[in-house]
Design a protein around this ligand. Structure first.
Ligand code: ADP
Ligand code: MG
Length: 372
């Protein structure tokens, strides 16, 4: 990011009605939030505003409801928020302004027009505030009413501390990273990460590819992968890379762990080779497990790679839903310098160096909307 994000620190919050777009997309089981990490991550921004603003309103999505589906209600988040802030929070099912000091609005995806970025919905959201704070990095890749439209229509819009922190960490990899820059990409499918692979290939010194997606690359160079996960429609993409100018940058697994006729994990030699590459890096970016880590006997490759990254002197960042789960399982998050809260947003930022909500925020500054 070369453009400067408008910051919460630069504007007047005193006496304002502030609306924050949060990422409260937390797991809920039987009406209870089972993992509060995302709510906790939102606290620095909230605490910065508390005591200054006249009112703080929160909005977020939860899950992927089609219309109003009670199991996707944000209501269970109220208890966690109240406990963490030690202040009552009012719950509102409609997007109407309230006199309560703290208000949590119902799941934004319950309102028609959210995902199509409907202008009248965006204006309704914008009308709720004097200052809009975008703090949902995990949703910043979506051009929705609550992530982009509201920014364009609010009197003022700024980035929250969580969003700012994500961008400044990711930019250490995106803008003039220390070289050698090594990316480790794994997971199940090339098709979901094709663009990020193409984009990274031009910027990295080495691209380690593991996990199920390595199989199609292995097939592209003539290995017999038998009945392993394989993407026929990605074969040409893989062949083009392996026969192209950048092929020398690619490191593939050299031995595998099989279950019957399927590749389930990378083998010890691959782990050692990847560890060697990682130990020479100055910057490491990681997304995607090296094997079917959900089964402990196929988690070794992912754990070894995580350990190599954690023990290297390189500046390291990791992101991705399953990558985070793997890090938690292996309990080695500590050695990684920054763990992104975004899955899709993380990948899209790594690919493009910007996101729709980031662009909307920077446009807001460029077009001279009042900042103090
Ligand atoms: P992330 O969410 O971190 O971006 P992905 O969603 O791309 O990661 O991939 C994670 C999934 O990839 C896991 O469910 C894992 O079991 C699967 N996976 C990894 N290696 C293999 C393999 N060799 N065969 C099949 N699936 C695999
Ligand atoms: Mg995933």
């Amino acid at each position: 990011m070369t453009l400067v994000l408008p910051s919460m620190r630069d504007i007047e919050l005193e006496g304002m009605r502030v609306l924050i777009r949060e990422d409260f997309n937390v797991p809920v089981v039987a009406g209870k939030v089972t993992n509060t990490a995302r709510i906790k991550a939102a606290l620095p921004t909230i605490k910065f505003i508390l005591g200054k603003a006249r009112q703080i309103c929160f909005m977020s999505h939860l899950g992927r409801p089609s219309g109003i589906e009670p199991e996707f209600s944000l209501y269970p988040v109220i208890n966690v928020l109240q406990e963490m802030l030690e202040i009552p929070v009012h719950f509102s099912k409609t997007l109407t302004s309230s006199i309560e000091p703290l208000v949590l609005y119902e799941n934004v995806r319950f309102f028609p027009g959210e995902s199509t970025n409907d202008l009248s919905l965006a204006k309704k959201m914008a009308d709720l505030c004097d200052v809009f704070v975008m703090d949902a990095f995990g949703s910043a890749h979506r051009a929705h009413a609550s992530t982009v439209g509201v920014i364009e229509n609010a009197p003022q819009a700024v980035a929250g501390l969580l969003l700012e922190n994500e961008i400044s960490n990711l930019d250490r990899v995106m803008v003039n990273p220390a070289h050698p820059l090594v990316a480790v990409i794994g997971g199940s499918k090339i098709s979901s990460k094709m663009q990020v692979i193409s984009s990274l290939l031009h910027r990295v010194d080495k691209l380690i590819i593991g996990g199920g997606m390595a199989n199609t690359f292995l097939a592209a160079i003539g290995h017999d992968i038998k009945n392993s996960l394989f993407e026929q429609d990605m074969l040409d993409f893989a062949i083009n890379i392996m026969q192209g100018d950048m092929a020398a940058k690619i490191a593939l697994p050299t031995d595998m762990v099989w279950q019957d006729d399927k590749i389930m994990d990378i083998g010890d030699k691959s782990c050692a080779n990847f560890a060697d590459i990682i130990s020479n890096a100055k910057t490491v970016l990681w997304n995607g497990p090296m094997g079917v880590f959900e089964e402990p006997r196929f988690a070794n490759g992912t754990v070894q790679v995580a350990k190599s990254i954690a023990s290297s002197d390189a500046y390291s960042i990791a992101g991705g839903g399953d990558t985070l789960a793997a890090l938690e399982t292996a309990r080695i998050s500590d050695g990684i310098d920054y763990i992104s809260t975004g899955g899709g947003a993380f990948l899209e930022y790594i690919e493009k160096g910007t996101l729709p909500a980031i662009q909307a925020l920077t446009r807001k500054v460029v077009h001279g909307i009042k900042t103090h």
